[in-house]
Structures are given as structure tokens and as C-alpha cells.
Design a protein around this ligand. Sequence first.
Ligand code: KE4
Length: 435
Amino acid sequence: MKPTPARSRVQSQSLFAQARQLMPGGVNSPVRAFRSVGGEPLFFAHARGAELTDVDGNVYIDYIGSWGPMILGHAHPEVVAAVQQAATRSASFGAPNATEIAVAQEVLARVPGAERVRMVNSGTEACMSAVRLARGFTGRARFIKFTGCYHGHADSFLIKAGSGALTFGQPDSPGVTPGTAQDTLLAPYNDLGAVEELFARYPEDIAALIIEPVAGNMGCIPPLPGFIEGIRALCTRYGALLIFDEVMTGFRLARGGAQEYLGITADLVTLGKVIGGGMPVGAYAGRAEIMDKVSPAGPVYQAGTLSGNPVAMASGLAQLQLLTPEVYGQLETLGRELEAGLRQAAAQVGAQVQIQRVGSMISIHFSDQPLTGLESAQQQDVARFNRMFHYFLDRGIYLPPSAYETWFLSTAHTDAHLRHTIDTFGQFLARDTED
Ligand code: KE4
């Protein structure tokens, strides 16, 4: 395949050369660095709706949406106005403010089973705090996570982790001590038998099981029928807390997130991304019996200078209030149309492609089998994905720079955006097959 002449990226290249002298790898989060797909990352100047504009003036259809937060598109006027107004009243008091209450009310009105919520500043903080809380609540030390799932970069999660850790072939990170790792138990995603074996082996030692109810950090991988229901039953039977990591799925798959979408109620839910409207916000929530163990109501300590700061809360509140039932209908329609178009394009050339979608989360994988977990995800043709990534980028479509990520749709994506994406996919398949 002979790529079309690269669009001008001179400014991005210049900025990246500077950035590399100042920040590790020139980025503030690894997966942005294009290490997996090759080439150099683009620097962006501004974005509106579903379109990003880089510093060289190139415009792209955005399927990352800041990795999920921009569910209404970039720079939504009501979110921007809320941030601007809040900022004039100080960015942070380090003290309670009324907007925290408003966001908490919105969260508890949406998240099934939640009676209390604690705001933090990232999904990582939410997940690490939820596991600590589960350990404090149960008095147990071990917890189960699934290989290929990603719950942020806290030590105990960086064992067979997904997302950037998987992208760089570092599912186990240096710096995580054996003492930490010994309490993290692993099972393959969608393998209920493996979970049963862990509970049978440690019947009274497991504090929690944390799971992405729809996995998004190995590509978009839905739970197989019965898997989540089985996990719920096992956690109940053995007295372990079920933690749904909804940092990606929360407020995206449905008004009540994956709990509503799947009809399963977890004991704790972690949240991020959408909840902040693009500002740094995470949260964990659950029934009062558990959450009231969190300091200062209870002994499980967790704190944060900027937790619940009024600007981030104003941003999240504005976005949450705009997430009406009509929005979820629109996101499902967009997802269904994109999936159908991509499938049709693949069928026309007989390409062996897996199009995996849940709601407005979708991913493409070059494999002759559906991806159901880490093992099948790692069997995909990553090199072909990488060729597709650059083919799309050269034609104004910005995909997540990794075969182990999920694309995100927003209400700002239009039929024209989807049409261009589907047509470009068809062109890629036709040309890549030839070469
Ligand atoms: P943050 O600490 O990055 O806010 O959230 C961590 C996290 C927790 N749980 C799930 C299910 C997540 O997907 C994430 C973060 N997602 C990645 C993208 N797959 C963030 C992108 C990045 O690391 O730069």
C-alpha cells in the first residue's frame, strides 16, 4: 500500500521535538505517543463537536473524544459556559461547595444501587479507592481483576493490565513489588470457570472482584451471555464486593451506565471520563452501608486537594444534565449505523474483520475470530491495524493509536462523518488486500 502524501505536520513535529526534551516520551500519558502505531503524535490546537484541528491546520474526525469524556462533542457551549462562569469564582476552595451536592445528586439519581458518592480526580483514584474500601469493609486482602482490563495505574492494577500497558507489551510494570502483586488474583475475561476456581481456592480471602462490565481496554469486548450474572452470584456467595469499573461505560452505555444496560447491580461503581465533561473528575459510589466506611464517616482513608473542585464540578454537572434519554437513543443509532456500514464494507471484499460494538463504543480488529479476552485480542493482526490507523489519519480520521483501544462516538458525529469513515475503511480494505 503506498500511503498518500503525508499532510503537512511540520508544527506537530517541531513541538514533539521540544516535548521530548521536557516530558518522558514527550507526552503526559503513554498511549498518546503513537509508539504502537508508529510515527509521531499530532499536537492539537482546538476542537469543536466531533472535529479536531491540529497545529498544522489539519482537521480530523475524532473517534477518541479524549478517551471517552467528550460524549457531547468538544467545546459544547453549555459546558464551556459553565466552566467559564465557575472559574471567575475561583478554581478551587479546598472546601465544600454547593456544586458538589448538585453533581452528587445527579450521580445518585442515575447510578442504580448508589446511595453515597465520593468525588476524586481520576479513574485511577476511583478504582484504587474502591479496592481499598472493599478491603476495609470486608477485612480481606486479595482481589480479582481480569487480564487485559485496565483500572488505571495504581500498583495493584498493573498486572496483566490493558490499554497503554498492553499496547507497550508491559502488562506487568516494573516498580510493582511482589508483596503488592501477591494480593492481585487474575482470571481471563469471559472465563467464569477461572473465577470459580479462584473463589474456591481463597473462599474467605477475596475482598472484591473488579471488572470492566464491557471491556474497553483490549478493544471493545462485550461480556458473553451469563458471564456478568455468574460473577454477581459468585461475589454474593463468597461475600466479596463486586466492583464495576464504569470509568469508560458510566453515563455512556445508558443513563445508568452498564448496570442499567446489563441489568446487574454491583456493590461499588467507579466512574470517570464523562462525569467530568473533560475536566479531571473520578468518583466511586455504592450503598451507604459500604460508602460510610470512607473517612471521615468511617476509618478507610482517602483524600484529595482538588476533589470536588467547583470548576470540575460545574463542567461535569453541565454535561450530565445534558445527557437526556434522547441522547442515548442518538448514540445507539450512530453506533448501529457505523457498525452496519463497516460490516458492509468488509463484506464487499470478504475481509476477515471483527467489528465489535456496544452502544457508542466500537472497535475494529483484523482477526478471524471475535475478541473475547486478552488471548484473542493479542492474536489480532496489529500490523494491519497500524496500517489502517495511518491510512485513516492521512484522510482526516483520528482513531485511538492502538489496536487495544475502543473508539468513542459522540452526539456531535454526523452522517457525513460516518459516511467518510465507512468509505475510507472500504478503500483501505480494497488497497491493503492488493498489497
Ligand atoms: P484515568 O486515571 O486515566 O482517569 O482512568 C483510568 C481508567 C480506569 N478504568 C478504565 C475502564 C479506563 O478505561 C481508564 C482509563 N482509560 C484509558 C484509555 N483506555 C485512558 C487513556 C490514557 O491512559 O491516556
